[in-house]
Every structure is written in structure tokens, then in C-alpha cells.
Design a protein around this ligand. Sequence first.
Ligand SMILES: [Zn+2]
Length: 168
Amino acid sequence: MASQQQVREYLAYWFQLGKKIVLRQGVNPFLPSPVIQGDRYSQEFEDCWQYIFAIGGKDCYLEGTDQTIEELLSPTWQLEDCARCEMPIPLATSGMPAQVCPCYDLPLWPNNDVPGPRAPVSSLSHLTEIRERLERADRSTADDLTADNLGDETLGKKTNLETNSVSN
Ligand SMILES: [Zn+2]
């Protein structure tokens, strides 16, 4: 079962890559923009999340996924990192993976210029990026339970995405 915090972060990460949320059948998918403002979530994002939360995520789902937010908050599903792009994706608690990661139709994602796990690391900037990611991971583990940290952590991820697209 994914926690509310995890589901919130899951949406925030994917919104930053342009994935929209389907809130109701027959209504155009919605993308709050911006997602981050300063060091916290934007009002647009908070309003969107409050709406989803108020209806228990029923019939709401992220574009490109089959799992509703209601299901993600149920014991049947949890959120894990995609093996390919490290974004959070639904994983059945029983261990069966979701059919696809929502990254499948993003042409510039994951960034293929970054060497795969088995390739030798050749560039200094890549090393720096890995180090910063590890440092962020350390910090987020230490401060995991403070709500204020969520904004910083997401902002860090966003900066990382921007770095990727620049080097692309
Ligand atoms: Zn992925």
C-alpha cells in the first residue's frame, strides 16, 4: 500500500514530465502547472491533490497507467522505482509488475545519453550527478518524516530532470 505522501510525490514527479491526470470519465485530463513554486508545491498542485484526496482517488488515474489513485492507496498496490528511469511506478503487492511504466511514450525519457548500469562512467558531470543524487537520497532518508522536506526533495528531482535535458 502506498502512503498518501508517496502518491502525492508520484503525481508530482510525473506532472513534471508532462503526464496528466484523468479526474473523471469524459473530462479532459488535467495537468497542474506549475507543480513546484519556490520551495514547495504550487497552489495548482495542492488544489488538484485536495480534489483527488477528497474523493479518495476514485476513478482518477495518471495518463499511461491502469491503476486508479484509489487502488494505489489500497493494499493491492505499492509504488516502486521504474528499473529503467527511476520514476515511481505502480507495482502489485503480489509482485506482478504493472504492464508498462508511464515513461514508455516520452521520447526524451529516460535520457539515453546517460550510460547504463554496466557501462563505464566516462564523464565528470555524470559522476557529479550521481553524487548529488546519492546525497539527496541520504538527506531524504534522514528527513523522511518531515512534511517540509517533500518540497525540497521534489525540487531536487526537478533540477535533476532539467540537467538531463540540457545535457541531452
Ligand atoms: Zn520508466
